[in-house]
Design a binder for this molecule. Sequence first.
Ligand SMILES: [Zn+2]
Length: 159
Amino acid sequence: MNIVEPTYNWNGPLTDRAETLYVVWHHTACEDQMQTPAAINAEHKAIGDIGIAYNRGIMQNGETFQGRPDAAISAAAHGVNQTSIDIVVEGNFMVQYLTAAAEEAIKANYANLTEKYPGAKHISHGYVHIVSGNPGDATACCGTNLMAFLKELIPGFEA
Ligand SMILES: [Zn+2]
């Protein structure tokens, strides 16, 4: 599959995960559709991250971009960052619905990630607090409409 590789200036060293137990799905929670990779990177740097917290992003036009390298520890899902690869989809899926192009891109990423990390469990960010046991990790991410799509697509998906 085609993944766009933006250039990022990291604010420090990235570290590779020892194991990949989870694929965690997110939404940007923004309705303005202006969440470019550069904008997300700048936003996350502004809150003290090394850079963009996700490993991959999917735009509403169907484009997939690389955030941190797939192998790098993410900063997007407190509680499982050490053992998860994190995928974000552009939009606020509490109110918006996926475009057809985004749906196709999600399917392509799912197939690719299943091949690359066959044992990993796919979960929403909102399920992380169940895994971590920390109620403080609870969130509505990745939005009910995206969760519904992922539940249909992915056997065993936990929202
Ligand atoms: Zn999230």
